[in-house]
Design a protein around this ligand. Sequence first.
Ligand code: ADP
Length: 281
Amino acid sequence: MKYVHVVEPGKKFKLNKISSEAPKGVVREEAEASFVALASELGEIQEELYAAGKHSVLIILQGMDTSGKDGAIRNVLREVSPQGLRVESFKVPTEEELAHDFLWRVHRHAPRKGMLTVFNRSHYEDVLVVRVHKLVGKKSWSRRYDQINEFEELLSENGTIILKFFLHISKQEQEQRLLAREQDMAKAWKLSAGDWQEREHWDDYAEAYEDALLNCSTDAAPWHVVPADQKWFRNLAMTEAIVDRLQNYRKDWKKTLQRMSQERLAELAAFREQASQPSAV
Ligand code: ADP
Protein backbone atom coordinates (compact mmCIF):
# COMPACT_ATOMS: atom_id res chain seq x y z
CA MET A 1 0.00 0.00 0.00
CA LYS A 2 1.37 3.41 -0.97
CA TYR A 3 0.84 6.21 1.51
CA VAL A 4 2.84 8.92 -0.25
CA HIS A 5 2.01 10.89 -3.36
CA VAL A 6 4.70 10.40 -6.00
CA VAL A 7 5.05 13.50 -8.18
CA GLU A 8 4.76 12.47 -11.81
CA PRO A 9 7.44 14.05 -13.99
CA GLY A 10 6.00 17.07 -15.77
CA LYS A 11 2.43 16.64 -14.47
CA LYS A 12 1.27 19.87 -12.87
CA PHE A 13 -0.25 19.69 -9.40
CA LYS A 14 -1.29 21.93 -6.53
CA LEU A 15 -0.05 21.15 -3.05
CA ASN A 16 -3.31 22.30 -1.50
CA LYS A 17 -5.12 19.62 -3.51
CA ILE A 18 -3.06 16.90 -1.82
CA SER A 19 -4.19 16.02 1.68
CA SER A 20 -1.71 16.63 4.48
CA GLU A 21 -3.67 14.28 6.75
CA ALA A 22 -3.67 10.54 7.23
CA PRO A 23 -6.26 8.95 4.94
CA LYS A 24 -9.54 8.03 6.58
CA GLY A 25 -9.60 4.41 7.59
CA VAL A 26 -5.96 4.26 8.65
CA VAL A 27 -6.04 3.36 12.33
CA ARG A 28 -3.28 4.86 14.44
CA GLU A 29 -2.51 1.71 16.48
CA GLU A 30 -2.24 -0.40 13.33
CA ALA A 31 -0.16 2.23 11.58
CA GLU A 32 2.24 2.36 14.52
CA ALA A 33 2.61 -1.42 14.54
CA SER A 34 3.29 -1.46 10.78
CA PHE A 35 5.81 1.34 11.20
CA VAL A 36 7.73 -0.56 13.91
CA ALA A 37 8.01 -3.60 11.64
CA LEU A 38 9.08 -1.52 8.62
CA ALA A 39 11.65 0.48 10.60
CA SER A 40 13.20 -2.78 11.72
CA GLU A 41 13.22 -4.07 8.14
CA LEU A 42 14.95 -0.86 7.09
CA GLY A 43 17.63 -1.61 9.68
CA GLU A 44 18.24 -5.00 8.07
CA ILE A 45 18.28 -3.52 4.57
CA GLN A 46 20.81 -0.89 5.61
CA GLU A 47 23.12 -3.59 6.98
CA GLU A 48 23.06 -5.28 3.57
CA LEU A 49 23.64 -1.95 1.80
CA TYR A 50 26.63 -1.26 4.04
CA ALA A 51 28.19 -4.71 3.83
CA ALA A 52 27.69 -5.17 0.09
CA GLY A 53 29.11 -1.68 -0.61
CA LYS A 54 27.73 -1.60 -4.15
CA HIS A 55 25.38 1.38 -3.89
CA SER A 56 24.79 4.38 -1.70
CA VAL A 57 21.48 5.91 -0.61
CA LEU A 58 20.66 9.60 -0.48
CA ILE A 59 17.47 10.76 1.23
CA ILE A 60 16.63 14.41 0.62
CA LEU A 61 14.24 15.96 3.14
CA GLN A 62 12.45 19.23 2.60
CA GLY A 63 9.44 20.88 4.19
CA MET A 64 8.14 24.13 5.63
CA ASP A 65 9.29 25.16 9.12
CA THR A 66 7.92 22.79 11.83
CA SER A 67 7.06 20.15 9.21
CA GLY A 68 8.95 17.59 11.30
CA LYS A 69 12.19 16.97 9.43
CA ASP A 70 14.21 16.30 12.60
CA GLY A 71 11.53 14.02 14.04
CA ALA A 72 11.25 12.10 10.78
CA ILE A 73 15.01 11.44 10.75
CA ARG A 74 14.97 10.33 14.39
CA ASN A 75 12.04 7.98 13.93
CA VAL A 76 12.34 6.56 10.45
CA LEU A 77 16.04 5.72 10.86
CA ARG A 78 15.87 4.55 14.45
CA GLU A 79 16.99 1.01 13.60
CA VAL A 80 19.76 2.08 11.24
CA SER A 81 23.29 1.64 12.54
CA PRO A 82 24.89 5.06 13.15
CA GLN A 83 28.08 3.68 11.57
CA GLY A 84 26.44 3.56 8.18
CA LEU A 85 24.49 6.79 8.50
CA ARG A 86 25.32 10.46 7.97
CA VAL A 87 22.95 13.37 8.41
CA GLU A 88 23.93 16.64 6.80
CA SER A 89 22.00 19.82 7.58
CA PHE A 90 22.22 22.72 5.18
CA LYS A 91 21.86 26.17 6.74
CA VAL A 92 22.35 29.69 5.39
CA PRO A 93 25.48 29.37 3.23
CA THR A 94 28.80 30.67 4.52
CA GLU A 95 30.77 33.28 2.65
CA GLU A 96 32.99 30.57 1.20
CA GLU A 97 30.01 28.48 0.08
CA LEU A 98 28.42 31.51 -1.56
CA ALA A 99 31.60 32.14 -3.47
CA HIS A 100 31.10 28.79 -5.27
CA ASP A 101 28.35 27.33 -7.41
CA PHE A 102 25.34 26.24 -5.35
CA LEU A 103 26.07 22.53 -5.71
CA TRP A 104 29.62 22.79 -4.42
CA ARG A 105 28.78 22.46 -0.73
CA VAL A 106 26.33 19.66 -1.39
CA HIS A 107 28.34 17.41 -3.69
CA ARG A 108 31.08 16.75 -1.15
CA HIS A 109 28.50 15.28 1.22
CA ALA A 110 27.07 12.84 -1.31
CA PRO A 111 27.26 9.36 0.22
CA ARG A 112 30.10 7.00 -0.57
CA LYS A 113 29.24 3.41 -1.48
CA GLY A 114 27.63 1.52 1.38
CA MET A 115 26.49 4.67 3.17
CA LEU A 116 23.05 6.12 3.75
CA THR A 117 23.07 9.91 3.90
CA VAL A 118 20.19 12.22 4.76
CA PHE A 119 20.17 15.81 3.59
CA ASN A 120 18.16 17.84 6.11
CA ARG A 121 17.38 20.68 3.69
CA SER A 122 19.50 20.55 0.58
CA HIS A 123 20.37 22.09 -2.78
CA TYR A 124 16.61 22.62 -3.18
CA GLU A 125 16.87 25.62 -0.83
CA ASP A 126 18.54 27.30 -3.79
CA VAL A 127 15.26 27.24 -5.72
CA LEU A 128 13.06 27.78 -2.62
CA VAL A 129 14.19 30.30 0.01
CA VAL A 130 16.47 31.88 -2.58
CA ARG A 131 13.51 32.41 -4.91
CA VAL A 132 11.02 33.52 -2.22
CA HIS A 133 13.46 36.08 -0.79
CA LYS A 134 14.85 37.07 -4.19
CA LEU A 135 18.41 36.29 -3.10
CA VAL A 136 19.33 35.77 -6.76
CA GLY A 137 17.45 36.77 -9.91
CA LYS A 138 14.89 34.57 -11.68
CA LYS A 139 17.28 34.03 -14.57
CA SER A 140 19.72 32.32 -12.20
CA TRP A 141 17.36 30.23 -10.07
CA SER A 142 15.24 29.06 -12.98
CA ARG A 143 18.31 27.54 -14.62
CA ARG A 144 18.96 25.52 -11.49
CA TYR A 145 16.19 22.96 -12.10
CA ASP A 146 18.12 21.53 -15.05
CA GLN A 147 21.37 21.79 -13.14
CA ILE A 148 19.85 19.88 -10.22
CA ASN A 149 18.48 17.19 -12.53
CA GLU A 150 21.87 16.75 -14.16
CA PHE A 151 23.60 16.60 -10.78
CA GLU A 152 21.19 13.99 -9.46
CA GLU A 153 21.52 12.00 -12.67
CA LEU A 154 25.28 12.01 -12.21
CA LEU A 155 24.91 10.64 -8.69
CA SER A 156 22.35 8.10 -9.76
CA GLU A 157 24.46 6.83 -12.66
CA ASN A 158 27.28 6.34 -10.18
CA GLY A 159 25.28 4.05 -7.94
CA THR A 160 23.43 6.44 -5.63
CA ILE A 161 19.80 5.61 -4.98
CA ILE A 162 18.01 8.91 -4.45
CA LEU A 163 14.72 9.39 -2.58
CA LYS A 164 13.25 12.85 -2.07
CA PHE A 165 10.58 13.65 0.49
CA PHE A 166 8.50 16.78 0.98
CA LEU A 167 6.88 16.74 4.41
CA HIS A 168 3.48 18.21 3.71
CA ILE A 169 1.73 20.00 6.58
CA SER A 170 -1.19 22.41 6.45
CA LYS A 171 -0.84 26.06 7.37
CA GLN A 172 -3.16 25.48 10.35
CA GLU A 173 -1.03 22.58 11.57
CA GLN A 174 2.04 24.81 11.41
CA GLU A 175 0.31 27.44 13.53
CA GLN A 176 -0.64 24.84 16.12
CA ARG A 177 2.91 23.51 16.27
CA LEU A 178 4.38 27.00 16.66
CA LEU A 179 1.88 27.87 19.41
CA ALA A 180 2.51 24.55 21.16
CA ARG A 181 6.21 25.38 21.41
CA GLU A 182 5.33 28.52 23.37
CA GLN A 183 3.38 26.48 25.90
CA ASP A 184 6.11 23.92 26.49
CA MET A 185 9.28 25.09 28.23
CA ALA A 186 11.01 21.89 27.14
CA LYS A 187 10.45 22.84 23.50
CA ALA A 188 10.59 26.65 23.71
CA TRP A 189 14.26 26.63 22.69
CA LYS A 190 13.06 25.78 19.20
CA LEU A 191 11.13 29.07 18.98
CA SER A 192 12.19 31.68 16.50
CA ALA A 193 10.43 34.90 15.56
CA GLY A 194 11.75 34.15 12.06
CA ASP A 195 9.37 31.19 11.80
CA TRP A 196 6.38 33.53 12.16
CA GLN A 197 7.91 35.85 9.58
CA GLU A 198 8.49 33.02 7.12
CA ARG A 199 4.90 31.90 7.63
CA GLU A 200 3.77 35.12 5.95
CA HIS A 201 5.38 33.82 2.77
CA TRP A 202 3.47 30.52 2.92
CA ASP A 203 1.86 30.90 -0.52
CA ASP A 204 5.13 31.91 -2.16
CA TYR A 205 6.84 28.87 -0.66
CA ALA A 206 4.00 26.61 -1.79
CA GLU A 207 4.41 27.90 -5.36
CA ALA A 208 8.19 27.50 -5.22
CA TYR A 209 7.78 23.95 -3.91
CA GLU A 210 5.26 23.06 -6.62
CA ASP A 211 7.67 24.19 -9.33
CA ALA A 212 10.68 22.48 -7.74
CA LEU A 213 8.89 19.18 -7.24
CA LEU A 214 7.36 19.32 -10.71
CA ASN A 215 10.58 20.21 -12.52
CA CYS A 216 12.83 17.89 -10.55
CA SER A 217 10.81 14.71 -10.09
CA THR A 218 12.52 12.20 -12.36
CA ASP A 219 12.31 8.44 -12.70
CA ALA A 220 15.73 8.10 -11.11
CA ALA A 221 15.06 10.60 -8.32
CA PRO A 222 11.33 10.96 -7.69
CA TRP A 223 9.75 13.44 -5.29
CA HIS A 224 7.36 12.03 -2.69
CA VAL A 225 4.79 14.21 -0.94
CA VAL A 226 4.27 12.85 2.57
CA PRO A 227 1.07 13.73 4.45
CA ALA A 228 2.72 14.95 7.65
CA ASP A 229 0.06 16.55 9.87
CA GLN A 230 0.12 13.43 12.02
CA LYS A 231 3.61 12.36 12.98
CA TRP A 232 2.68 8.69 13.36
CA PHE A 233 1.38 8.61 9.80
CA ARG A 234 4.37 10.51 8.44
CA ASN A 235 6.69 7.91 9.99
CA LEU A 236 4.79 5.04 8.40
CA ALA A 237 4.46 6.67 4.98
CA MET A 238 8.10 7.62 4.67
CA THR A 239 9.47 4.32 5.96
CA GLU A 240 7.19 2.37 3.67
CA ALA A 241 8.36 4.34 0.62
CA ILE A 242 12.04 3.83 1.49
CA VAL A 243 11.68 0.10 2.16
CA ASP A 244 9.62 -0.30 -1.01
CA ARG A 245 12.35 1.29 -3.15
CA LEU A 246 15.33 -0.40 -1.53
CA GLN A 247 13.61 -3.78 -1.61
CA ASN A 248 14.47 -3.94 -5.33
CA TYR A 249 18.18 -4.06 -4.57
CA ARG A 250 18.20 -6.67 -1.81
CA LYS A 251 18.53 -9.68 -4.09
CA ASP A 252 21.63 -8.17 -5.65
CA TRP A 253 23.15 -7.21 -2.28
CA LYS A 254 22.40 -10.61 -0.78
CA LYS A 255 24.08 -12.32 -3.72
CA THR A 256 27.19 -10.21 -3.19
CA LEU A 257 27.16 -11.01 0.54
CA GLN A 258 26.82 -14.71 -0.19
CA ARG A 259 29.80 -14.59 -2.52
CA MET A 260 31.79 -12.66 0.09
CA SER A 261 30.87 -15.24 2.75
CA GLN A 262 32.06 -18.08 0.51
CA GLU A 263 35.33 -16.27 -0.16
CA ARG A 264 35.93 -15.62 3.53
CA LEU A 265 35.19 -19.23 4.44
CA ALA A 266 37.53 -20.48 1.72
CA GLU A 267 40.26 -18.13 3.00
CA LEU A 268 39.76 -19.39 6.53
CA ALA A 269 39.86 -23.04 5.43
CA ALA A 270 43.09 -22.39 3.48
CA PHE A 271 44.60 -20.69 6.53
CA ARG A 272 43.70 -23.60 8.83
CA GLU A 273 45.01 -26.09 6.30
CA GLN A 274 48.31 -24.27 6.12
CA ALA A 275 48.51 -23.89 9.90
CA SER A 276 48.02 -27.65 10.38
CA GLN A 277 50.96 -28.56 8.10
CA PRO A 278 54.19 -29.42 9.94
CA SER A 279 56.49 -26.48 9.30
CA ALA A 280 59.49 -27.20 7.10
CA VAL A 281 62.80 -26.87 8.94
P1 ADP B 1 16.00 24.09 10.44
O1 ADP B 1 14.87 25.05 10.23
O2 ADP B 1 16.33 23.31 9.20
O3 ADP B 1 15.82 23.22 11.64
P2 ADP B 1 17.55 26.43 10.92
O4 ADP B 1 16.48 27.00 11.80
O5 ADP B 1 18.97 26.67 11.30
O6 ADP B 1 17.34 24.88 10.74
O7 ADP B 1 17.28 26.95 9.45
C1 ADP B 1 18.20 26.85 8.45
C2 ADP B 1 17.92 28.05 7.55
O8 ADP B 1 18.89 28.06 6.52
C3 ADP B 1 16.55 27.96 6.89
O9 ADP B 1 15.85 29.15 7.09
C4 ADP B 1 16.91 27.80 5.41
O10 ADP B 1 15.97 28.38 4.55
C5 ADP B 1 18.25 28.47 5.35
N1 ADP B 1 19.01 28.04 4.18
C6 ADP B 1 19.40 26.79 3.86
N2 ADP B 1 20.02 26.78 2.66
C7 ADP B 1 20.01 28.05 2.21
C8 ADP B 1 20.49 28.67 1.03
N3 ADP B 1 21.10 27.96 0.08
N4 ADP B 1 20.33 29.99 0.91
C9 ADP B 1 19.72 30.71 1.89
N5 ADP B 1 19.23 30.18 3.02
C10 ADP B 1 19.39 28.87 3.19
